[in-house]
Structure formats: structure tokens, C-alpha cells
Design a protein around this ligand. Structure first.
Ligand code: SF4
Length: 88
């Protein structure tokens, strides 16, 4: 896992470009945007990863997109066979 670049440890917590960062949440596990800093894991894209998972999945989650792509790959052959059946 890559290290979080340009992060600074302050008395308030870990900050990046002036934004206070919250550690990643459980759902972020497996995402390529997770970065390590001072024994904790943060998101390279969002200061507050927990808020990205409220009411659905994070739209930047790389591990979720992989699953969605796999699901789409399963659906497409079915559509193709339906189209082929219509043509007959
Ligand atoms: S992009 Fe989303 S899922 Fe990935 S680490 Fe950041 S908040 Fe978590």
C-alpha cells in the first residue's frame, strides 16, 4: 500500500492541504485509494471516507467497480443471446 503524500500530523490529527482527515472505514478495505500514514489508513481522494458510504457505496471505490464490471460481464452475454433469439 502506498504512503499518503503531503500529509502532516498536527495536534488536531492528520491533515492534508489544511483539511483534517478521518481514517478509512471498514467498507474501504480493498480499495486502491487507501493510503497509509502514521499507522493509520486514509483515503487519497476524500477527507472523510465514512461520509462516502452513507446511503450507498462510495462512487470512487475501485474494489466496487471491479465487482460491478464483473456483474455487467455476466449480464451482457444474456442480452446478446436474447437479441440473437429475436432475430430468428
Ligand atoms: S475512494 Fe471511497 S472506498 Fe476508496 S478509500 Fe476512498 S472513501 Fe474508501
Amino acid at each position: 500500500m502506498s504512503v499518503l503524500q503531503n500529509a502532516v500530523k498536527t495536534s488536531d490529527g492528520v491533515t492534508l492541504k489544511g483539511f483534517l482527515l478521518s481514517p478509512v472505514v471498514e467498507q474501504c478495505s480493498g480499495c486502491e485509494r487507501v493510503r497509509q500514514f502514521e499507522e493509520q489508513e486514509f483515503c487519497s481522494s476524500y477527507a472523510d471516507p465514512g461520509s462516502k458510504w452513507v446511503g450507498g457505496h462510495c462512487n470512487f471505490a475501485t474494489h466496487i467497480k471491479v465487482q460491478a464490471a464483473a456483474a455487467a460481464a455476466r449480464v451482457n452475454p444474456l442480452k446478446a443471446s436474447k437479441r440473437a433469439a429475436k432475430g430468428r
